[in-house]
Design a protein around this ligand. Sequence first.
Ligand code: ZN
Length: 447
Amino acid sequence: MQEVKSTKLLKETLEAAGFEVEMGGAGMPTNLWAKWGSGKPVIAISTEIDALPEGSQTPGSIARKPLVAGAPGHMEGHNTHGGVATGAAFAVKTIMERDKLPGTIIVSFGPAEEQLISRPFLVRAGYFKNVDAALIIHIGDNLDTGYGLQNYAAISAKFTFHGKTAHGANNPWDGKNAVDAVELMDIGFDKLREHLRPTYRAHRTITMGGVQPNIIPDKGQIWWYVRDATAPAAKETFDKLTKIGEAAAMMTGTTMDPPEFVASAWPQLGNKVLSENLVENMELVGLPKWSADEEAFAKEFQKANDKPTSGLAKALPANKARPQGAASNDNGDVTWVVPTGLMKFPASVPGIGYHAWPAAVTPTSSIAHKGMASGAKVLAASMLDLLTSPKLLDAARQNFEQDTKDTRYFSLLPADAKPPVDMNKATMDQYAPELSNFYVDAAPRYH
Ligand SMILES: [Zn+2]
């Protein structure tokens, strides 16, 4: 929600390239929605640009060396998404003008993917209503795609209990212990685990656990994530969890606020037809030609992180259905309202896991830049296929209808949910002055 600098750069870059850019959609100041062209078909690129807390790292340094100690940084490489998305969009626009192709291209940068926030709000606000096909891009260590269910549905919410303070020894009979309610909710859910589908995941942390033992706590809070292979299954478990919370309040004579919704996501549903088209274009474009220096750096980097020293990707992965992962991405919601192809591009070093500072070593390297260029070419090629082949678009739509016929999209957002736009504001207020010494003063332009 603090992607202020990034969205400003992307807005100016896209506007200079002739796109119409809207900021602030669906109540999020850093939401960027760019558009060029007119009429059908409407093809959208959907991606993210946010970073992660404490990820600051000096580019190219294999040893831990934050640029600004404690500051956030790109330890997943979402910074590479901007170049791939805008580069492809500009290339496609240029060809559409040259060849007078009808249609509209959209570039959507949604904020706060790392907290699973923005896309359910964008979908609810109707942004994807007129989109005929979408392509979701993400950094990876190869050109890759997948179809079917790719990851998990998730609902994240906080449960707050209110009791009554009293002296723990003098007059405990006057108190009502809100942390007891938290504990009973936890125990109650443990009893439910026996009856849940084997596919579920649920994890929690106690965010308010009292102050000191001789004060009976009047406030207790527990933050839950509930996940499952499908959104309806996650919702079913979440509703049971809420009932357990209400029961815990009853047992302790406390009260429970309605669940404070934090985030939600549907599992990503990759469209098989679009995935097959992406594979064709990946074979056409091919992997980057890595230099001897890049290959040597990758191996040294892998060795330093105790990973196999396989170097950089040299062959495309086999095109097969992938097992469903248990993590989540909020752009899953987009895939249930629009036929969506999923694409990864080879801008990171194989074996180096995300959400850890080593992943922040390479996202501005020549490895990342080459991978971004290949990704942009594949993305542009697939967008052109979608713009010029009604047959492909029809087949993707039919595949989508088939995939979604038993599970129709519904929003996991409570009716009154609003995006938490102040999320991470305090952190950025703290670090922005020091980080600004490292901002790149550039105005990239496409020609
Ligand atoms: Zn990501």
